[in-house]
Design a protein around this ligand. Structure first.
Ligand code: KG4
Ligand code: ZN
Length: 328
């Protein structure tokens, strides 16, 4: 039996979890900073670092208290070391190193995006390899061909804004509060996708570009004052979700896979989820998502990712540093 303590602090959520054998979440405690950063319209890195520092030891204490596990009995500590904001990453990483030293428990460095991917595998045991993955987060948009848990090929990525970033920026244009993605999703339900916005034509086969769409919406709003924001939100969401689903379906068919995994914060989007139902039926594909509450940042996915490294004996030493631009 392996008990992995996961620690996540790459952005605006401090999260700690204990996961058993990469499949059962024994406890997870998360402190969200969303209300604080909403005052500024986006994440303020320095405030985020201070808040992580304030919360992290309390959350660690809480997961041990809830599970009644003796801290010395955990098998390893898995911590996010990138990508993310350097200050926030360093808080979690330094804490994890100190705890690893004090408890004499091995340390595992986890790539946050591999964490998001594991949020799907943690709860869904029916995914066959090879599979195709669409990673859609606040900072990354990638299509990945996955031959096994540690054998990947990146087929395409965004050449400018990430999908989540596009949601957040368009939400700001519509005067919606941070974080914009869930807000656009929410108000879209009261709107109709009646406007046709730009779909990029010149990007590579499996690449994405969202900056032209963003600019189109900026000019559209300028030229059409008084337009119903719900309709603009619904039209934008319709455009982004169809771009995402068209590309992942194209990749899944070209690589002849049946299973398609969608991970990251934007995997919570209702239009993305709805579109996969029809795309699945039409193309004989099986789509897999994380449970809604595990789409955004959490430490269970970090512990689940760490479990694979634990089995493979891949441990980090105390020289492990934060890597803000870490790639998959
Ligand atoms: O995956 P994540 O934690 O970001 C990174 O790791 O970079 O997810 C955060 C992103 C934000 O951009 C947020 O607006 C977006 O996910 N998001 C959504 C929804 N929920 C979260 N975007 C669209 N629809 C949603 N329901
Ligand atoms: Zn994330």
């Amino acid at each position: 039996m392996a008990l992995i303590l996961g620690i996540e602090s790459s952005c605006d959520e401090t999260s700690v979890a204990i996961v058993e054998n990469g499949e059962s979440v024994l406890s997870e405690k998360t402190a969200s900073q969303i209300n604080i950063h909403a005052l500024y319209g986006g994440v303020v890195p320095e405030i985020a670092s201070r808040y992580h520092l304030e919360k992290i030891s309390i959350l660690v204490k809480m997961v041990f208290e809830e599970t009644k596990i003796d801290p010395k009995k955990i098998s390893a500590i898995a911590v996010t070391y990138g990508p993310g904001l350097v200050g926030p990453l360093l808080v979690g990483l330094s804490y994890a190193k100190a705890l690893s030293f004090a408890l004499k428990v091995p340390l595992i460095g986890v790539n946050h995006m591999i964490g998001h991917l594991n949020a799907v595998f943690l709860f869904d045991k029916n995914i066959d390899f090879p599979c195709a993955v669409l990673m859609i987060s606040g900072a990354h948009t990638e299509i990945v061909y996955m031959k096994s848990m540690d054998d990947f090929e990146i087929l395409g990525k965004s050449i400018d804004d990430a999908a989540g970033e596009a949601f957040d920026k368009v939400a700001r244009m519509l005067d919606l509060p941070y974080p914009g993605g869930p807000q656009i999703d929410k108000i879209s339900k009261d709107g109709k996708p009646i406007y046709k916005f730009t779909k990029p034509k010149t990007v590579g086969k499996y690449d994405f570009s969202f900056s032209g769409l963003k600019t189109h919406i900026r000019y559209f709003l300028k030229d059409n004052p008084g337009v119903k924001v719900e309709d603009v939100a619904a039209s934008f969401q319709e455009t982004v979700s169809s771009i995402l689903i068209e590309k992942i379906v194209k990749a899944a068919k070209a690589y002849n896979v049946r299973d398609v995994v969608i991970a990251g914060g934007v995997a919570a989007n209702s239009a993305v989820r709805r579109k996969t139902e029809e795309a699945g039926r039409k193309n004989d594909l099986v789509f897999h998502f994380p449970p809604l509450r595990y789409c955004t940042d959490n430490a269970s996915m970090i512990a689940a990712a760490g479990w694979h490294d634990y089995k493979a004996g891949k441990f980090a030493d105390f020289n492990l540093n934060a890597v803000p631009n870490l790639e998959v």
